[in-house]
Design a protein around this ligand. Sequence first.
Ligand SMILES: *[C@@H]1O[C@H](CO)[C@@H](O)[C@H](O)[C@H]1NC(C)=O
Ligand SMILES: *[C@@H]1O[C@H](CO)[C@@H](O)[C@H](O)[C@H]1NC(C)=O
Ligand SMILES: *[C@@H]1O[C@H](CO)[C@@H](O)[C@H](O)[C@H]1NC(C)=O
Ligand SMILES: *[C@@H]1O[C@H](CO)[C@@H](O)[C@H](O)[C@H]1NC(C)=O
Length: 441
Amino acid sequence: MKSMIRLSLLTGTLAFASEQVQIAGQQPLFHDACPSESIALDDNAIISNVAFHSNKTQTWQSLEESRTSASQIRDFPWTFRPECFSNENTTEPFCVFSDQTFASGRGIFIVGTETLAYSMLEKDAFRRPEVLDRMNKYDNPSFEQHEFPGKGRGLVANKTLHRGDQIFASTPLLITDPDIYQLSTSERLALLYRGVETLPPASQASFWELMGHYDGDPVDDRINTNNFELSINGISHSGLFPEIAMMNHDCRPNAAYFWDARTMTHYVHALRDILPGEEITITYIDNEQPRAKRMKKLERNWGFRCSCSSCTAHPALTAESDSRLHQIAALLDMLNDWTPASSATPEAVELLVTLYEQERLHANLATAYKHAAEVYSSFGRKFEAIRYARLSTELSMLDKGFADEDVREMRNMSKNPEMSWSWNKRVGLSGKSGCGCARKH
Ligand SMILES: *[C@@H]1O[C@H](CO)[C@@H](O)[C@H](O)[C@H]1NC(C)=O
Ligand SMILES: *[C@@H]1O[C@H](CO)[C@@H](O)[C@H](O)[C@H]1NC(C)=O
Ligand SMILES: *[C@@H]1O[C@H](CO)[C@@H](O)[C@H](O)[C@H]1NC(C)=O
Ligand SMILES: *[C@@H]1O[C@H](CO)[C@@H](O)[C@H](O)[C@H]1NC(C)=O
């Protein structure tokens, strides 16, 4: 299942600072988490001593000097000589690593530790640049930018999109390690500004076109407002994708996104058919929460009042919606119970599916379908299991990614339910008795 934290955009402004502390507390530091992945490239250890500057902006090279220095080091993977800062609170220096050739010249910069930056070089996105041939191609898009009064920019479809149609496949302009907050603000900003300067001109322009939402530092504001949380080697980082940042939030979105770490690509797909004139929306939050919670979170983290229909409808209608969400939560509890006392039934899971449909929670429907596949499988009902496994696979791929664990599990189930762990698990258990003692003979 997709965790909450991956589902949401990284929170902006003040909330960012407090949440990043939480992230650091929950997640082990990179080198502790993956000792085997600490840099295996002997050359780089030597290179870093030679090439990395540090601690004082006064001693930083000009961009052109820095480019020349980098080009003089054989096989150096970065376009500029990295600049760094460290202090008594950092376990490793934080540096800015920049590659202008990344993704056919779109460029990328990483503000983080050397360990992080070099672990990214191991990804296919860097090692096999041809995997990015299909990314960042927006010559003749099926949407256009539109100015919504009182709401700002957004994307509107200008031709029909069908469920599963790709809207974006973008590589990040920048990736930052949340731990850079261990640096002083001025040092952190110095690295970020340097990073932006190292981007190729077109990418720099897209960066500056982004909107912020508070009156802080212009670079910090743009990054914090538009960041997406990315998982890289199981650790949370944030990435910036200017195209995707143009999409507005809706609590009942018609598009879904996921991050593919191998190709370092952020995908957005249509979750249902989208007609010309319709705004293309994604979600910034977990939409299974009741209206009041959703509104509070959006206001706090992004500074806007939720204006989508599920927030602004008549109180009688939003109360109905909250009540359905409440029932969804109760049904999920029931369906997650795999003890002999479980009262899960096919009827319960059919109700779950229709509740998600009624709520227009298309992405979340992938989970309902998965439950349905498992419930039918647990009662030995092969063809219903296959039907729902197929439905779940399709939607999960759009929301969780082509390589997601749930996708693989449901794909297996759709081929051979009898081999799944849930097969016949509940056969012979009476749904009603709840005690598991009603086995039939
Ligand atoms: C930067 O300064 C800190 C002390 O403030 C020191 O521990 C660290 O080694 C310095 N970093 C480099 C790369 O010189
Ligand atoms: C290190 O962390 C402590 C405690 O948060 C803080 O008081 C101190 O200023 C930090 N040092 C630097 C160089 O940022
Ligand atoms: C849709 O808008 C884009 C501009 O974003 C334009 O390039 C494209 O030709 C338009 N497509 C149609 C079918 O009008
Ligand atoms: C899918 O099935 C294959 C082979 O039948 C198995 O190796 C793999 O672990 C299964 N994957 C999941 C996620 O169940």
